[in-house]
Design a protein around this ligand. Structure first.
Ligand SMILES: CC(C)(COP(=O)(O)OP(=O)(O)OC[C@H]1O[C@@H](n2cnc3c(N)ncnc32)[C@H](O)[C@@H]1OP(=O)(O)O)[C@@H](O)C(=O)NCCC(=O)NCCS
Length: 222
């Protein structure tokens, strides 16, 4: 199985996950395979899905994994938190700018998905009219949402309380190489219950698509 864009994925994985005591970790993209095949070939695991559709390594939940596909590309991110690691979850997402390039579609999605602060952020960076900008902001929400899923699954093992998250509830707080992601509304309450202190989002571009990796971090220094 041939991996694509290895330079970008290695660099993104290093930015997001190096020095966080979660080795082995990585991000990989392949073409024309299923997400299950990619995870199996890369990590030697079988992928199961929980009640919410989130993937995990069957039987063990280790490493933490996240999957995404767009067009004929499939991406996988993984991390293996060791003692003392703050990493509670990883999320990976590919988003296609062309979903945001038709005036009508863009208006609708942008109105539905983004907060005023995010629109201001994009405008402030002089990027308000570029589909890639919206794809990146959208991808950040999806990756952040996915990065909460592993902590949520652990929470449900010992708690009866239902926690509700929506992708829309995650909001970018800066326009930079590294986006901070705030949680608002129900997601803020939920993240606090999961002991998630912060979610960091790291972005790059692969074959014209926005590729985003989010990590949910608990208490600690690193
Ligand atoms: C989950 C979601 C983010 C996936 O994004 P998408 O753009 O549809 O698809 P992507 O290709 O990026 O990702 C698909 C992968 O996401 C993963 N996934 C699905 N549900 C997930 C979840 N709840 N948490 C983490 N990952 C999830 C799966 O691995 C899936 O691939 P697979 O079925 O081949 O294993 C999207 O479907 C979504 O927004 N769902 C609504 C979520 C929501 O707001 N729910 C509220 C009630 S819980």
């Amino acid at each position: 199985m041939g991996l694509v864009a290895t330079h970008q994925t290695d660099e993104l994985a290093a930015r997001a996950l190096a020095h966080r005591r979660c080795e082995p970790f990585g991000i990989a993209i392949a073409r024309k395979v299923t997400s299950g095949t990619l995870a199996h070939e890369l990590l030697g695991i079988d992928v199961a899905h929980d009640d919410r559709g989130a993937p995990y390594a069957a039987g063990t939940d280790s490493p933490l994994i996240s999957l995404t596909d767009e067009g004929d590309l499939v991406a996988c991110a993984w991390a293996t938190p060791q003692e003392g690691s703050r990493v509670l979850g990883v999320g990976i997402d590919l988003a296609d700018p062309s979903d945001f390039d038709r005036e009508n579609a863009r208006e609708r999605i942008v109105r539905l998905m983004f907060f005023d602060e995010e629109r201001a952020l994009a405008k402030g960076a002089g990027l308000d009219d570029r589909p890639l900008t919206w794809a990146r902001l959208f991808s950040a929400k999806e990756a952040a949402f996915k990065a909460t899923s592993q902590a949520l699954r652990a929470y449900y093992r010992t708690n009866d309380e239902e926690l509700f998250f929506e992708v829309r509830d995650f909001s970018s707080t800066s326009w930079d190489e590294v986006h901070g992601v705030a949680r608002v509304g129900d997601a803020a309450y939920g993240a606090a219950r999961l002991d998630i202190q912060t979610i960091k989002v790291y972005a790059t571009e692969v074959e014209g698509l926005a590729l985003t990796c989010a990590i949910a971090l608990g208490k600690g220094e690193l």
